[in-house]
Design a protein around this ligand. Structure first.
Ligand code: B12
Ligand code: SF4
Length: 520
């Protein structure tokens, strides 16, 4: 008997009225679950709907929806070529869940006897609803999938029952059965590295140079690397504990360095987005990772687009961030009101520590930014104003520019519970409303504010910060003949609007360190 093939899939990306930018990234969760399967003798095929195949990358489906990635009919052709009994689909985002539904139906239409398994952040939280709503889905795996998916596959092929696979919710004839909760994988170094060979990384890198990715102006293409899982904090708006747990588990520095070296040596990737839930939870481990990157002269770039806690930095660690190739740090600050941080969000973060971290960053020449949220139940207008002032202060004093998002009641969070109980939702949670809430206008109103007020405050803050950036731009140019020369050189080459934007960013955020200054 030949090797059994397990098919892993991710749907293409559906644009919404509110969200019209695509983002291309490798299907990391699927690569993690693929590794133990390969190690146990299965063959794994990945069909990633997000990776454009051929010339067409954006297309309109019959439903009228606009998509980025591979057309449904081409996904169908690809599935048709494979012989498999089990298909695993990633359901990471609530926003994209209706495409998981379409994909599950497509898989079952082509292969009615196969088993469809879904996993990921959204599926974990909505496991029972997912099975109720979509008869084509047979199993949901909650939480980390490396062990339970392999267990499920093994049992399927040896005709065993699924009763005691932890973290599994499944259809036992007509009943939906919820097995015991998954326990987090404690020794995470025992998890094999993601099976990068299951995809054509070259193709991703090539496509990334044509489409927006998180890498700054395309000099090096970055990919996500996760060095730890879980977060012990209890921020009310956050959902990561629901699938990654509150118990923090870090890979050893050896494991992390091996991982990075594999990506550098085998795939020539030299830019890494560390997107852990809590990268710096153990500052000693974090510092050791930086020490090793420096000692090995790895010549990599890295950043933290997902946000890091500001209270775990010292000047020494910050200097090491700079030397080891940090391109920018984003601090998850959320509010400029200490009251909100303490008793509304429960973030357990002090604003004075945020300022310290921004100060260290400025002194070390590390670009720093910050995430903020507005429109949280319990926040007063006065708190929102404090956030605006704090954002301006960070920009002026430390060159730390903040971005603000609306409070989003993700399923399963404390914020969701409060919003439902107190009827703070302005709109039903539908696909479109969720998408709008991410980018256009929040969906929460309380006794203290409505979505219009929050939108106004976010816009005003954005505008103030925008003008501050322009001021910084000219201040830097006037203070630096090197920059004037640099701009002239670029202009001589004949520069496009895109190129001008790039130079603007370089000057405000990146170049050259000596103009950043080091006094408070
Ligand atoms: C990196 C990241 C991104 C990156 C890239 C994603 C990627 N590479 O896959 C980008 C920038 C694209 C992104 C965008 C967004 N993100 Co994001 N992102 C993350 C982040 C920080 C890490 C994801 C990751 O790579 N984890 C590492 C792997 C190992 O974990 P994993 O993918 O969860 O996979 C494991 C399990 O879930 C499971 N599993 C996963 N798939 C499958 C499939 C099967 C069959 C099985 C059995 C198991 C299984 O097994 C895997 C191994 O253990 C997570 C936070 C988190 N902790 O998950 C948020 C997270 C997934 N994002 C989130 C959100 C909300 C967004 C945005 C909507 C944000 C925004 N403001 O626009 C957008 C949505 C984009 C879209 N497509 O619509 C939420 C999702 C919550 C939800 N219910 O929707 C998360 C959980 C963070 C949060 N706020 O709580 N994100
Ligand atoms: S610190 Fe970050 S990951 Fe941890 S609970 Fe708060 S928002 Fe979530």
């Amino acid at each position: 008997m030949g090797r059994k093939t397990i098919l892993l899939l991710r749907p293409p990306y559906e644009f919404t009225q509110a969200n019209d930018t695509s983002s291309l990234h490798i299907p990391l969760g699927l690569l993690y679950i693929a590794s133990p399967l390969f190690d146990s003798g299965y063959d794994v095929k990945v069909i990633d709907g997000l990776l454009p195949d051929g010339d067409i990358d954006t297309w309109q489906a019959k439903s009228g929806s606009l998509y980025f990635g591979i057309h449904w009919k081409d996904i169908e052709k690809k599935i048709n070529l494979l012989d498999f009994d089990i298909a695993g689909i990633s359901a990471q985002f609530t926003l994209q869940f209706r495409n998981v539904k379409i994909l599950s139906k497509l898989v079952k239409k082509i292969k009615p006897d196969c088993k469809v398994v879904v996993g990921g952040a959204h599926a974990t939280v909505r496991h029972k609803q997912v099975l109720k709503e979509i008869p084509e889905i047979d199993f949901v795996i909650r939480g980390e999938g490396e062990r339970s998916f392999l267990e499920l596959v093994n049992r399927f092929y040896s005709n065993e029952r699924f009763d005691n696979i932890s973290g599994l919710t499944w259809r036992d004839r007509n009943k939906i059965v919820e097995n015991i909760s998954p326990s987090p994988i404690v020794d995470i170094d025992s998890i094999p590295l993601p099976a990068y060979d299951a995809i054509d990384i070259e193709k991703y890198l090539e496509a990334m140079s044509r489409f927006p990715t998180r890498t700054y102006y395309g000099k090096r293409h970055g990919i996500t690397v996760i060095t730890s899982r879980g977060c012990p904090f209890q921020c009310t708006f956050c959902s990561v504990h629901l699938h990654m747990g509150r118990r923090w588990r870090g890979h050893s520095p050896e494991y992390v360095i091996n991982h990075i070296e594999l990506l550098v040596n085998k795939y020539n990737i030299k830019y890494f987005h560390f997107e852990d839930d809590d990268l710096t939870a153990n500052p000693v481990r974090f510092e050791e990772i930086l020490d090793r990157i420096i000692a090995k002269k790895m010549d990599i770039w890295w950043d933290t687009p997902n946000g890091v806690r500001a209270d775990s930095f010292t000047q020494e660690i910050m200097d090491k961030c700079k030397i080891s190739g940090c391109k920018f740090l984003i601090f998850g600050v959320e509010s400029g009101s200490q009251r909100v941080l303490n008793s509304v969000i429960k973030k357990n973060l002090k604003l004075k520590d945020v300022e310290k971290a921004c100060y260290y960053a400025k002194r070390s020449g590390v670009i720093s930014r910050a995430f903020f949220i507005m429109g949280l139940p319990g926040e007063k207008k006065n708190d929102i104003l404090k956030t605006v002032y704090f954002m301006i202060k960070l920009a002026l004093k430390y060159n730390t520019f903040g971005g603000t998002g609306f409070a989003i009641p993700l399923y399963g969070t404390e914020l969701y519970r409060i919003s439902m109980e107190k009827k703070y939702l302005s709109d039903e949670i539908t696909y479109e409303n969720f998408a709008i809430a991410y980018t256009k206008k929040g969906m929460l109103h309380t006794e203290d504010f409505d979505p219009d007020y929050v939108l106004r405050m976010i816009r005003v803050t954005g505008r103030i910060l925008y003008y501050l950036e322009i001021v910084i731009f000219f201040k830097r140019i006037f203070n630096s003949p090197i920059l004037v020369k640099y701009i002239f050189k670029e202009l001589k080459k004949g520069i496009s609007i895109k190129g001008m934007k790039r130079i603007f960013n370089e000057i405000v955020f990146w170049l050259p360190e000596e103009t950043i200054g080091s006094s408070q």
